[in-house]
Design a protein around this ligand. Structure first.
Ligand code: GDP
Length: 331
């Protein structure tokens, strides 16, 4: 009998880490998660959501902690999902974003390479690249070969990680793949991101717990998919004989206005203009206006397709927040 595959996930506390851990546990993997910092407040969340995951302490900025985590977990697959990932934050925190989101990728690649010794492809590696790398888009829709033109310190950091992953593949023969994932959301999305900010506020407004919602640029468009679908694409990339890069997206875009339309409609509010204010503090120094992905390579090679559409996704998030707010109020 062959032994179970083993996965090490950085960024286990995030939305994608949790969905990926669930997926891999279902597939019979031994799953290890890297968790950062003393007394991490998300420790309990991870333990209660995915109790089968074994947590290891480490930090993407600390190479030796990554080597220890690889030693302890002996993974067959490494998924690097850890990052400082909030774009708006990255202008004010460009250095720490670079340390974690850019140099952290180099650290985990290097730790994995050293761990593999003379068999560089023994561990399969996934890098979470981002549509934010396309920034000021040079082609619509964006594909794997589209010129990258990041528009935020976060985007710049992701470009570094993306090319470093390709470089480790080409220089050392590592099985290192990069998934260029467009925005992906779920009820587990952090409330700083616009979809969750809206779903939470709409739930609270409909329950009479909040009066108004302050928003930034309502004309921005995003290609939003469901995070649960996107982790499936990550896994499929690492099952291929050869490592490669893939765009993962729905190919559909919607504006923030449409997001508001669908979310408010879910609670029976057709005209939301009386609830929403525009607030300069949520407008960004630079904007990526038309991110839309062409995931035909992922469809052809990986057989991957999104299963959850925009309206279904927004409804799922509003419903979940309604339930959560009711639970809180009932306490
Ligand atoms: P991002 O694509 O990773 O930056 O994801 P976000 O969910 O943070 O932002 C998506 C888009 O929503 C961006 O173009 C923002 O400018 C726009 N947006 C408009 N109002 C808001 C807001 O109040 N909060 C956030 N986070 N984004 C907003």
């Amino acid at each position: 009998m062959t032994s179970a595959p083993r996965a090490l996930i950085t960024g286990i506390t995030g939305q994608d880490g949790l969905y990926l851990a669930e997926l891999l546990l279902t597939k019979g993997y031994d799953v290890f998660g890297l968790i950062r910092g003393q007394n991490n407040p998300k420790y309990e969340l991870v333990q209660s959501t995915v109790p089968g995951v074994q947590l290891l302490t480490g930090d993407l900025t600390d190479l030796s902690s990554l080597m220890r985590a690889l030693d302890a977990s002996q993974p067959t697959e490494v998924y690097n999902l850890g990052a400082i990932s909030f774009v708006a934050y990255s202008w004010e925190n460009a250095h720490v974003t670079t340390e974690v989101t850019a140099k952290g990728v180099l650290n985990i690649l290097e730790a994995t390479r050293l761990h593999c010794g003379s068999t560089p492809a023994a561990v399969r590696f996934y890098q979470a690249s981002s549509s934010e790398m396309f920034g000021k888009v040079q082609q619509v829709p964006q594909r794997e070969q589209t010129l990258l033109w990041p528009r935020s310190p976060y985007g710049v950091a992701k470009v570094f990680g993306h090319y470093m992953t390709i470089n480790y593949r080409e220089s050392y023969g590592m099985h290192a793949s990069s998934g260029i994932l467009f925005n992906h959301e779920s009820p587990r999305r952090g409330p700083e991101f616009v979809t969750r900010k809206v779903s939470q506020a709409v739930a609270r407004i409909s329950l009479g717990l909040q009066d108004r919602l302050a928003m930034g640029n309502l004309e921005a468009r995003r290609d939003w998919g469901f995070a649960g679908d996107y982790v499936e694409a990550m896994w499929r990339m690492l099952q291929q004989a050869a490592a490669d890069d893939y765009v993962v997206s729905t190919g559909q875009t919607h504006t923030i206005r449409e997001l508001l339309d669908v979310a408010f409609a879910r609670v029976g509010i057709d005209d939301w203009s009386g609830y929403v204010d525009q607030d300069q503090q949520f407008v960004r120094p630079a904007e990526v206006d038309l991110l839309i992905g062409d995931a035909s390579k992922a469809a052809e090679v990986l057989g991957w397709k999104p299963t959850v559409g925009f309206t279904e996704l927004v409804n799922m998030m509003v419903d979940s927040d309604l339930q959560a707010q009711q639970n809180l109020a009932g306490r």
